[in-house]
Design a protein around this ligand. Structure first.
Ligand code: ZN
Length: 403
């Protein structure tokens, strides 16, 4: 595939180039290549990463608004897990995936208690994904740990490099489970992803139990390494941030979720000052019912008082869990085409970034070298309207049963 006359960002200006995509990667960038798809008036950007979400929760979207994290799970979340069917989950994830795709997401990290229908939907849709099962051995939904590890092993064998070792959080996993999970991840060369320092209560509780704050506790268990990424870190203090920085642990920032639950967000300015890699996540649908990573970037900017360039870069920060994203020869061809006429005026790159966050301008999405969205339409024959209707019916049925 060749894209002719496409604009790419070079410093503070846009330059016209031809881009050849071969075998799922950017093969060549040059001034003039053979004729392919004319892309005059389009800007080429790397696709965005939604690096922390729970896609199956699309089935109970909006049901957690106004509730604390604990209230939501006890009143709705855990019950919904019991009554939803495999089909409910499949359709919900398909719909969530379509919505993500339209907002420019090419890579998604999800954590779900029923991974099989989630994987099927993601494979059918063709998004790049990482999926984990939230291991936990304390409190509600505590599992038979042996069974969980066996399942993880089977999934990892089948979907190599797409499965990570997920841990619920610092409170719902005992040190024994944490040790076992770490050992398992290292033995199978898998990534580790977990919620950490999400609420003030969790940080207080772990301090009471271990004498350490969460990040230090994780360090003492051997977690802060090349393979670990953490969601939230809302209550990470300066010492925690220095530890995250010195160990190169990426933080996945979920501004809407953090703000809904705690009216608080992490110290992103301080994190950036200390070169902590920050990605963005939309987290749970129950308290983030219209998730769009671009809105998360905007919220990250406004709530964290960040420069637009820093907030926009977070849309690509999550790619650290896959491989570096960018417009360069050899980069993975996970790309977006932006309609430039929709983001005018863009006399400077900061203005351009701001307008991309605010407008419906993503005309095409290319994943692994193939169009998934072209001229605002899905390329696969998916009946989005029908799926949306089915998900809404399932949502009503589930909420009627448990509330
Ligand atoms: Zn989460």
């Amino acid at each position: 595939m060749i894209l002719n006359d496409v604009r790419i960002i070079a410093g503070n200006s846009l330059v016209k180039q031809d881009v050849e995509i071969r075998h799922g990667r950017i093969h060549k960038i040059a001034k003039s290549l053979p004729k392919g798809n004319r892309c005059a008036g389009k800007l080429l950007l790397p696709g965005f990463a939604n690096a922390h979400t729970h896609m199956a929760s699309r089935i109970v979207t909006g049901s957690g608004i106004g509730l604390s994290k604990f209230e939501y799970f006890t009143k709705i979340g855990f019950k919904a897990h019991k009554v939803r069917t495999r089909d409910d989950v499949y359709n919900a994830v398909l719909l969530a995936g379509i919505e993500f795709l339209k907002s420019g997401v090419t890579n998604v990290l999800t954590m779900d208690v029923h991974p099989k229908p989630v994987i099927k939907a993601l494979e059918d849709l063709g998004l790049n994904y990482l999926i984990g099962y939230p291991l936990k051995d304390a409190f509600e939904e505590a599992q038979n740990v042996e069974k969980s590890f066996s399942m993880l092993e089977r999934l990892n064998k089948k979907y190599r490099d797409k499965i990570y070792v997920g841990l619920a959080n610092e409170i719902e996993c005992t040190p024994k489970l944490m040790h076992k999970a770490l050992e398992f991840a290292r033995e199978h060369d898998m990534q580790i992803h977990m919620h950490a320092c999400e609420t003030r209560n969790e940080v207080k509780k772990i301090k009471r139990l271990t004498g350490k704050r969460t990040i230090n506790y994780l360090k003492s268990l051997g977690f802060l390494d090349y393979d670990t990424s953490l969601a939230h870190c809302t209550y990470a203090d300066t010492r925690d941030i220095l530890l995250l920085s010195s160990h190169g642990v990426p933080v996945i920032h979920c501004p809407t979720s953090n703000y809904e639950i705690a009216r608080n967000i992490p110290e992103t300015k301080l994190m950036l000052k200390h070169d902590v890699i920050i990605g963005l996540g939309t987290d749970e649908f129950p308290w983030n019912p219209n998730p769009d990573v671009r809105s998360e970037a905007l919220r990250a900017k406004n709530l964290g008082r960040l420069k637009i360039k820093d907030a926009f870069s977070m849309l690509w920060g999550g790619h650290t869990l896959w491989e570096q994203a960018g417009i360069f020869e050899g980069a993975p061809a996970n790309l977006l085409l932006i309609d430039l006429w929709k983001v005018k005026p863009y006399n400077e790159v900061d203005k351009l970034y701001m307008n991309i966050l605010r407008s419906n301008c993503i005309s095409s999405v290319i994943i692994n070298g193939e169009y998934k969205l072209k001229n605002y339409r899905l390329t696969d024959r998916i009946d989005e309207r029908r799926i949306r209707l089915r998900v809404e019916q399932s949502r009503q049925r589930i909420l009627d049963r448990i509330t």
